[in-house]
Design a protein around this ligand. Structure first.
Ligand code: ADP
Ligand code: MG
Length: 269
């Protein structure tokens, strides 16, 4: 992959959609890896107790591994816990273990509970400037996702080309607007990516039209096809870009990453 343009300031993107299985993790790891392969410095923060992003990026996250939980609850420094991904030397990952499931509850009684991640990330970025930070969120709008929304400046919503694609998106928009008004006025829904597109079905094409009508500027022009290669890659601890670089799945995520980088470089210049 050719060198990709850096944004003028760190783009901190939350990959969110409280529906499960829409492609949040797949999008996070593949876009992050593509940007890193394009020479940019990228950090992925795994906020899902399932740790699927850690798995897909080939990073250890068995019980006992220190990661997002320790940053949120124990005040550990991100710089002490990040691990370099096998995908690229400039791709770093803060892993998540199953312990993180408890954080959702334990955070409730913590002071400034929704700003913990933001504080830790600002400290980290001062000494370790990054071009991109991605948060891979769990499928809920609880305190973990809220911490990401407070720390971020952009939201990337993956939408699956399936029945009820927009279900839940209006609730997500309400949450975003609430956070924007109360906790983080920088927050901007900048990017929508259509995932698991099946060209054989009429429904998928209808969903694409519907989403483009609704999020005209935000929706990326390319769609991610449904592809077996994409779903196989994580079981090898790889992104599809490394697992099957010639596949249409890899090509489509590369194209999406190029477009994200292009828009980000242009936006602020
Ligand atoms: P989420 O993080 O929103 O729960 P995932 O990214 O984990 O969603 O995707 C859900 C499942 O669908 C996973 O098994 C993943 O491998 C698979 N998947 C994601 N994107 C694609 C795609 N484009 N083609 C085929 N399978 C996909
Ligand atoms: Mg996920």
């Amino acid at each position: 992959i050719e060198p990709l343009p850096a944004p003028p300031d760190t783009r901190i993107m939350v990959v969110a959609n409280q529906k499960g299985g829409v492609g949040k993790t797949t999008t996070t790891v593949n876009i992050a890896a593509a940007l890193a392969m394009g020479g940019l410095s990228v950090l992925v923060i795994d906020l899902d107790p399932q740790g699927n992003a850690s798995t897909a990026l080939g990073v250890e996250h068995s019980t006992g591994t220190r990661g997002t939980y320790e940053v949120l609850l124990d005040g550990d420094a991100i710089e002490d816990l990040v691990v370099v991904s096998q995908e690229a030397p400039n791709l770093r990952v803060l892993p998540a273990t199953v312990d993180l499931a408890a954080a959702e509850v334990e955070l409730v009684s913590v002071v400034a509970r929704e700003g913990r991640l933001n504080k830790a990330l600002r400290t980290y970025l001062k000494d370790h400037p990054a071009d991109y930070v991605f948060f891979d969120c769990p499928p809920s709008l609880g305190l973990l996702t809220l911490n990401a929304l407070v720390a971020a400046n952009e939201i990337l919503i993956p939408i699956q080309c399936e029945y009820y694609a927009l279900e839940g998106v209006s609730q997500l928009m309400q949450t975003i607007n609430l956070v924007k008004g109360e906790l983080n006025d920088e927050l901007d829904l900048s990017t929508v990516l259509l995932t698991m597109f099946d060209a054989r079905t009429k429904l998928a094409a209808q969903v694409v039209d519907e989403v483009r009508a609704h999020f005209t500027e935000q929706t990326l022009p390319m769609v991610i096809p449904r592809s077996v290669r994409i779903s196989e890659a994580p079981s090898y601890g790889q992104t599809v870009l490394t697992y099957q670089p010639e596949s249409t799945g890899a090509e489509s995520y590369l194209a999406a990453a190029r477009e994200i980088a292009r828009r980000g470089a242009k936006e602020n210049s």
